[in-house]
Design a protein around this ligand. Structure first.
Ligand SMILES: Nc1ncnc2c1ncn2[C@@H]1O[C@H](COP(=O)(O)OP(=O)(O)OP(=O)(O)O)[C@@H](O)[C@H]1O
Length: 465
């Protein structure tokens, strides 16, 4: 026998001993049988439980050693059995039995006991269930943080124009098609994008957003497609995935797409066509399945004519386009949206203001809203910050540029004076009642009015406890 052969045999023996040690110290109970159903291997943990000597069990037929075994059947059928309940020494265990093949020929089977009783399995299942519940909870929370709680109900408005846009958007939400949202700044394009994504089959994953105008041209490519380690100085170790990779199986919101440089438009087109991305500095491609929702306040058709936007990309993105009308073209929506925003902001800011006076509403409706709903939101937030004791948003809480749009109208001016007086009166009475700890006699005295008059006003303003 050559020295080489002796060395090889020694190495093989060492390997065998190592495998045996690994199997013996395994927490699972393991048995291996040959094609005749005779035991080749029974690990120490299994032997200890059954109460047999390892050396005596090897070579015996498996049915002589293990109760209710089916290992001898698996070596005949060649079919694996997973999660089978097997009774051993009065305990119900969960066993897996897997046939072993070599060169396509059945040579035996390996059996493992994965749960030593049903209580252990129950505890495991409970742990998995509780993890699943935790995961569902965090998914929901993540949705809220990422703004994924927006639905079509969050898009307020009853004008025909907005109803039509919502109807179209909810119809296309279920499809895979790319969507192009067109509208002036602040009209709610992002809100629409969120609602479309949340009504799509991709809603389990967060909508990934990127504002193409907010990122310097030289960084846009790595933001969109990621980069490999060493792609440039300062590149992170291990590289970084881009927004498209993060949006895999989900949707990506490409805001201000009209501001995307032409060079990047070509890369985006390639990604849409090939359905794969290549990180900056990389040679590998990553397959991706992403739905694109793009938005712009620019006239893309005009940009195509002027060669500022690629025509082929325009057609790829413009599969379905939804036009969101500016607020000035749907004046009927101003009141409902203002009311909605007031309630939302009031609760966020911890105030109890829930009303807007008629004169203020008239001004809001008369104004032309170049900044659309975002501007309306700012105007209402400003008014809430300026309020003293009124409890109602008055015209004088609105900025001058909004107020001056009210047409001179006598009746309405009288109306606003009455509303102003009542609001101040209510607040003053309320404050006096707090000061006198609800003592009506003292309150009437402080305000120099009769008690009967005070009672009437308390009733009128709903100030009873
Ligand atoms: N119909 C609506 N109902 C309620 N709130 C709305 C509506 N439309 C827009 N908003 C609110 O107005 C603000 C601006 O909306 P959004 O950011 O979606 O506009 P945008 O068109 O994407 O603006 P930009 O083009 O400047 O990015 C947000 O706070 C949004 O929640």
């Amino acid at each position: 026998m050559s020295l080489e052969t002796i060395k090889k045999d020694k190495h093989n023996q060492e390997l065998l001993d190592l495998y045996k040690d690994i199997i013996d110290c395994s927490f699972n109970w393991i048995v291996v049988v040959n094609q005749g159903g005779y035991i080749i291997l029974l690990n120490q943990a299994y032997c200890d439980f059954i109460g047999v000597e390892q050396s005596e069990s090897i070579g015996k037929h498996v049915t002589e050693v293990i109760e209710n075994t089916r290992m001898h059947i698996v070596v005949k059928t060649g079919r694996q059995e997973i999660g089978d309940i097997q009774k051993i020494k009065g305990n119900q265990m969960v066993a897996n039995r897997i046939p072993l093949y070599r060169d396509g020929k059945l040579i035996g089977a390996v059996g493992t006991v994965i749960f030593k009783d049903l209580v252990e399995m129950g505890a495991y299942m409970d742990a998995v269930k509780s993890m699943e519940e935790e995961l569902a909870f965090y998914k929901e929370e993540l949705k809220k943080v990422m703004g994924n709680s927006h639905t079509f109900d969050s898009i307020i408005g009853s004008s025909e124009e907005i109803k039509w846009a919502k109807k179209l958007a909810s119809k296309v939400a279920n499809t895979k098609s790319n969507v192009l949202l067109l509208g002036e700044s602040g009209t709610g394009k992002e809100l629409f994008a969120q609602a479309i994504h949340n009504h799509s089959p991709r809603a389990d994953f967060p909508l990934i957003k990127i504002n193409c105008a907010a990122i310097p041209d030289e960084l846009l490519e790595s933001e969109l497609f990621g980069y490999e380690e060493g792609a440039f100085t300062g590149a992170k170790k291990g590289g970084k995935p881009g927004k498209f990779e993060l949006a895999n199986k989900s949707s990506i919101f490409l805001d201000e797409i009209g501001d995307m440089p032409v060079s990047m438009q070509a890369k985006l087109l390639r990604v849409i066509q090939e359905k794969e991305i290549e990180r900056v500095g990389g040679i590998k491609t990553y397959p991706i399945d992403v739905r694109i929702i793009a938005a712009t306040n620019q006239d893309l058709e005009e940009m195509v004519k002027n060669k500022e936007f690629r025509e082929d990309l325009y057609y790829r993105l413009n599969v379905i386009n939804i036009k969101i009308p500016p607020l000035r073209d749907r004046k009927g929506d101003v009141t409902v949206i203002a009311d909605y925003l007031l309630k939302k902001l009031s609760s966020e800011m911890g105030t109890s203001v829930t009303e807007i006076s008629l004169a203020a509403l008239e001004a809001l409706q008369a104004y032309h809203w170049p900044g659309n709903i975002r501007e309306l939101e700012n105007v209402i937030e400003r008014a809430l910050n300026l309020m003293d004791m009124e409890g109602v948003i008055m015209a004088y809480h609105l900025p001058y540029f909004v107020r001056k749009s009210i047409k001179e109208n006598k009746t309405n001016n009288h109306e606003s004076l009455r509303v102003i007086t009542e609001a101040v009166e209510k607040k003053v009475i309320e404050e006096c009642l707090v000061k006198t700890r609800g003592n009506k006699f003292q309150t009437a005295k402080l305000l120099d009015i009769s008690r009967t008059s005070l009672y009437e006003k308390i009733k009128k303003y709903g100030l009873e406890n």
